[in-house]
Every structure is written in structure tokens, then in C-alpha cells.
Design a binder for this molecule. Structure first.
Ligand code: DGL
Length: 267
């Protein structure tokens, strides 16, 4: 593993920033490099083979250029598809993944009714089904795939209007009543969705626990870095790379709010 070099945090768009902000808090001295494959966004509807090939090829390039000391795949859609293949292809780089928080939800639920809100890709994945079989067989787990929520989260984050009604339609299927019990946990299984959690709380038909795995992912990163954790401020600024190479002052300002400088060149 490279001793220096940034921690690379990857997503298809802005969702991984929910993980980056937790990592920043727990690892104040670490140099962070945020990579968004926004040229492919949203990836939730991509065919599996094509998406997997794209992720593997992008990482071949990213890892050789940046030599990160660790990688966080801050994206359920990407990790549940390509996580194993990435680890096989790059055994010397520690890779922290993001998977739907089905295990903690199953441990916490009182009603036994849990919903998983995710992209259509994550809902379809064999990986997700495996998590339910291994950790939540005693629960009723409802998988709710949304075609548009990741895009709505980005619009919300950029300060563009997103109506309550548009969000209500997307979360409605998460709420289930059965034999006097009702859903008490909704797993936010797309890293974009925590940006909408306060909006969801306002429009939900009843209060539920909206489970956001970001802090747990950042804690796993801390464990993985172990004694390689930076203990003095990095001399390098934290940067963001977007594969579409956007020239967008609004995005620059937004990223500056997360302590990131948007890099103009692709890598
Ligand atoms: N943020 C990603 C996830 O956690 C998906 C967003 C997209 O559809 O591109 O699944």
C-alpha cells in the first residue's frame, strides 16, 4: 500500500460527499481526493456489464495516476456491482465499500418491517439479495428502487427547486402497514439520499429512522488506515475531479463548501 498519497473517495456524482464530510471530520489531516464519474451519472439505470467494465477501466487509470493510500467507493450502485472485481484487480490498495445497511437495520428494527431505498441497479443486485438472506431473514425487507431520486438530490443540493410532491411519490412505497405493525426503518442505500433526509422527514406519513451509513463507512476507513493515518496537515489541497470536466462556478462554490478545489483537468 502507498504510504502517502490521498484517500480517494469515489461516486458517480455528488452523493459521495455525504461520506467525504464524515471522513473529513474523523481524519482532519488526511489528503482527500474526490472523484465523481459524472459523465456517467446517473449510473443507477446502467446495464451491469457495461457499468462494471467502465468502473474497472476508470480505476485502472485513477490508481496509476494518483497512487492513493486507500479508496472509498462511496456508492452502493458501483460497489455492489464491481467491489469484488476491484479488490481482485488491485490487491495492494485497501478499498472500503458501501453496501445497503441491511444488517444494522435488521438489528435495530422493532416492527420487523424495513425498507431499502436505492437506485434500480442496487435493488436488482445479487449482492443486495445476499445481504437480506444473510442478515435479515427474520424481517420483511421491501426494496424500493427510484429512477430519479439521485438526480433530485443533486438538484436540491445545487439549490434548484424540488417539490415535496416529487419526493413523496418516490418514497411512498417505503411505508408499509401489516398486522398492526408499520415500517420503522428506511435504509438510505444510495449515498445521494442523505442530502434529502430532512425533506423526507417532513413529508413521511409517519416517523421512521432514516439510516445513513456515512459515519460507519468513515469509521471503517479510519480502521483500515490504522497507523498509516496522517498526523500532520497535508501540504496538498483537497481536490475534486469530475470526469465530464465541468466549468461550473456554482459547482465550484458547492465543492468549496466541502473543502474541495475543483480540478480542471481530467486527472
Ligand atoms: N450515489 C450512488 C449510490 O450510492 C448512485 C447514484 C447514481 O444513480 O448515479 O448508489
Amino acid at each position: 500500500m502507498a504510504e502517502s498519497g490521498p484517500v480517494l473517495i469515489f461516486d458517480s456524482g455528488l452523493g459521495g460527499l455525504t461520506v467525504l464530510r464524515e471522513a473529513r471530520y474523523l481524519l482532519p489531516y488526511e489528503e482527500l481526493l474526490y472523484v465523481a464519474d459524472d459523465a456517467a451519472f446517473p449510473i443507477g439505470r446502467w446495464p451491469e456489464e457495461e457499468l462494471k467494465a467502465r468502473i474497472l477501466s476508470l480505476f485502472g487509470e485513477l490508481l496509476s495516476v494518483h497512487r492513493p493510500k486507500a479508496v472509498v467507493i462511496a456508492c452502493n450502485t458501483a460497489f455492489t456491482l464491481a467491489g469484488d472485481a476491484l479488490r481482485q484487480a488491485h490487491p495492494s490498495v485497501p478499498i472500503v465499500g458501501t453496501v445497503p445497511a441491511i444488517k444494522p437495520a435488521a438489528e435495530r428494527t422493532s416492527s420487523g418491517l424495513v425498507s431499502v431505498l436505492a437506485t434500480p441497479g442496487t435493488v436488482r443486485r445479487a449482492y443486495t439479495k445476499g445481504l437480506i438472506e444473510s442478515f435479515a431473514s427474520q424481517c420483511h425487507v421491501r426494496l424500493v428502487g427510484s429512477d430519479v431520486l439521485a438526480e433530485l438530490a443533486e438538484r436540491h443540493l445545487r439549490g434548484e427547486g424540488v417539490s415535496d410532491e416529487a419526493l413523496r411519490v418516490e418514497i411512498a412505497d417505503c411505508f408499509l402497514q401489516r398486522d398492526g405493525r408499520r415500517t420503522d426503518i428506511v435504509v438510505l442505500a444510495c449515498t445521494h439520499y442523505p442530502f434529502l433526509a430532512n425533506r423526507f422527514r417532513k413529508i413521511a406519513p409517519w416517523p421512521v429512522d432514516w439510516l445513513d451509513p456515512a459515519e460507519a463507512i468513515a469509521r471503517q476507513l479510519v480502521r483500515v488506515l490504522g497507523d498509516r493515518t496522517a498526523t500532520a496537515p497535508s501540504r496538498e489541497p483537497d481536490r475534486a475531479v469530475f470526469t465530464s470536466r465541468p466549468r461550473d462556478p456554482g459547482l465550484e462554490r458547492l465543492l468549496a463548501g466541502f473543502g474541495l478545489r475543483l480540478q480542471a483537468e481530467r486527472f
